[in-house]
Design a protein around this ligand. Structure first.
Ligand SMILES: Nc1nc2c(ncn2[C@@H]2O[C@H](COP(=O)(O)OP(=O)(O)O)[C@@H](O)[C@H]2O)c(=O)[nH]1
Ligand SMILES: [Mg+2]
Length: 234
């Protein structure tokens, strides 16, 4: 299968040690696939590594969001990347190798079969400390309740950062609900789901195992919890 109808969007903040390996694996596994790196002013060599990958494989774009004066944030970066894509389908994933690139093909298949959203579902979490599991579980319960009360679409992992969408569908929902997307937040899939009526479109789950980071550190923290609470209310 050729993947010229697909773009992978990678939001990045200091992922110089991960991004080249991930792009290489994507390019070798999925012939013709496009990659967009939506960067928020990384201070390491994320930019240079992305440019190097573009020279090697072609169709690897770097969006220098800081230089463009764009709103900083993971959700805002993902939206920028999707806007910038030129393909029918877009797959969003972390640049830190925590989302296994082998699952991209499975998500792609679901989109080709007509699903508007295909979500990578964390089947198990390796070695998370107790407090992180506790906070995460509590937010998940509230998140599901918010979607249920609003009659919105749900899925097996409403906070997944690994998902594929039909670009036209995503942009349609986004353009009608811009203010409900929390640009600085970490949960763009949740913002999308809450704006879609339950059973309006076909959504599917694709299980995978979430890995610990290979290099660099997580940027998730208390501030992201506050952004999520803002998302629950909007
Ligand atoms: N563009 C952009 N990317 C970000 C930002 N914060 C995190 N990222 C990237 O988003 C992905 C997930 O972030 P990470 O810190 O690993 O979150 P975690 O997996 O939930 O711990 C990684 O590719 C990060 O480099 C941000 O503010 N802007
Ligand atoms: Mg991560």
């Amino acid at each position: 299968m050729r993947y010229k109808e697909f773009t992978v969007v990678l939001p990045t903040l200091n992922e110089g040690r991960n991004v080249a390996e991930l792009v290489s694996r994507l390019k070798k596994s999925y012939i013709g696939i496009c990659v967009i790196v939506a960067d928020d002013g990384s201070k390491d060599n994320t930019r240079e590594e992305t440019i190097r990958m573009n020279k090697k494989y072609g169709n690897v774009k770097f969006i220098d969001r800081k230089r463009l004066g764009r709103e900083k944030g993971l959700t805002a970066s993902v939206i920028d990347g999707i806007k910038e894509s030129k393909t029918k389908y877009v797959i969003v994933m972390d640049a830190d190798m925590q989302h296994p690139y082998q699952i991209v093909g499975k998500i792609a298949m679901r989109l080709l079969q007509g699903d508007k959203v295909a979500v990578g579902i964390r089947a198990e979490v390796e070695n998370w400390p107790f407090y992180r599991k506790f906070v995460s579980k509590s937010l998940i319960v509230i998140g599901y309740a918010v979607l249920f009360i609003r009659g919105s679409q749900s899925c097996g992992d409403i906070f997944s950062g690994f998902f594929g969408v039909d670009k036209e569908f995503f942009m349609g929902v986004y353009s009608r609900n811009k203010s409900r997307f929390v640009g600085r937040g970490f949960k763009v899939l949740f913002d999308l789901l809450k704006c879609v009526k339950k059973n309006d479109v076909k959504t599917s789950d694709v299980p995978y195992v979430f890995r610990n980071r290979k290099f660099g550190e997580s940027k998730a923290g208390a501030k992201q919890v506050l952004d999520l609470l803002k998302s629950f209310a909007s």
